[in-house]
Write a protein that binds this ligand. Sequence first.
Ligand code: NAP
Ligand code: MG
Length: 486
Amino acid sequence: MAKAKKDNDWNLAPAPESTGHVKIDKKYDLFIGGKFVPPTAKKYFETVNPATEKILSQVAEAGQKDVDKAVKAARKAYDTVWSKMPPVERSKYIFRIARLIQERAREFAIIESIDGGKPIRESRDVDVPLAAAHFFYHAGWADKLNYAFPNAEVSSLGVVGQIIPWNFPLLMAAWKIAPALACGNTVVLKPAETTPLTALKLAELFMDAGLPDGVVNIITGAGSTGQALVEHSDIDKIAFTGSTQVGKMIKRSLAGKSTRLTLELGGKAANIIFEDSAIDQAVEGVVNGIYFNQGHVCCAGSRLFVEESISSEFIRKLKHRMDHLILGDPLDKNTDIGAINSEGQLNTIQSYLEAGEKDGFEMYQSNVAVPKKGFWCRPTLFTHVSQSSVISKEEIFGPVLAMQTFRTIDEVIDKANNTPYGLSAGVWTDKGSKIFNLTTKLKAGVVWANTFNKFDPTSPFGGYKESGFGREGGLHGLSAYLKITG
Ligand code: NAP
Ligand code: MG
């Protein structure tokens, strides 16, 4: 392994976000029918701060009976209140939720960073504002669905089961809940085991917003809780974001049923750099695409393709930038790279680092100091990897970049599309014609040009191939929560 020659020479004073105003309870129950209720089996699991390994709270584990209670509460709320309410009234609740998220933005950002390990800069500037934006956007549609789909009859689906991962806990909850409510459905949501706290805070916020009981129910637990939700007989739609492996299991278990399904799954995005690009900006775009947020992004630019003529210069600049990234306390406002979400995920990433080294590829890791406690991974670059290697084929979900070079456009299109995934891609070039050529030929749901990882509630997001089906955001996302006829 090639090591960086020098240590990070920046010496910034610590700038930690204050946490005095944030309240995390010692124990959280299940949010069912508008109130917190203990789980039937009285079982709880721990959620930890991955930056310190300290236990933050005990969280209820929902069993089959609890899942059934939550679905019944959602059905009752659908039949008696939410589906009967004039859309303009539903819209007011969703606007209120959006405003309350804005009011409590700091609290949400801090809890997101403490529970999941992501830098406060990311949770404060990306996750929380985008979560509020999703509620605002969908609140606006709630009473205008006939205009969204003119000349068609639209109606709600009923009770929706939603299962989300740990990388954007609050944002994924917003992506799921906001369109479901706007379209008149009620919800049972299962957050990920390692990051349940912001969803539970959201439950408190729903109570403060006066949302009618049972319209949103939040049930915490492990994979088996998600499975019980998928297998429940009174669910009209399942919306899942997570791994391709679990997505396939869900599709199998719903085969033969009329339950609607959307799947947002994994990715192995290509980030393509042409020699005519603004190289310094492209380096920053690559860093943003894979290292910020620890690579815990489904659409992370984890495969880098650099035109051969600039590859030495690009690698030199990228390594230089990697050496100056700040890794550490997620609550410090200077931090670029926070903690890996869990010990299990760190072990997975480490096994990929070993696989890359075993395959004989050159591995470069920036020489940043790593805290003694907690789960951490230095930003890592593998150069000149082969197309068939494990590290360029499989989703690592960590700050690990696999780089290749190319000589022609056709070659890079072939290489970029040579993956079972198809969630996102990036193109860096000075030429608009190249951008249009590639956006039509890359098999990816989103293609960013001269930028990366940009999101907006008006823009549909979703994948091709094994990255899933269905879209979230925009009119396409809305249509996934409606029956549209005529
Ligand atoms: P995961 O293991 O598939 O888990 C996702 C969610 O499903 C969690 O809530 C999980 O509970 C639950 N779950 C696990 N087994 C289940 C089962 N048999 N039936 C029903 N639910 C089950 O994925 P992850 O490792 O947490 O998340 C990372 C993955 O999500 C990556 O592959 C990433 O690419 C993908 N992702 C995709 C998008 C997108 O929009 N396309 C966005 C974010 C993440 P536990 O937490 O208790 O295991
Ligand atoms: Mg946690």
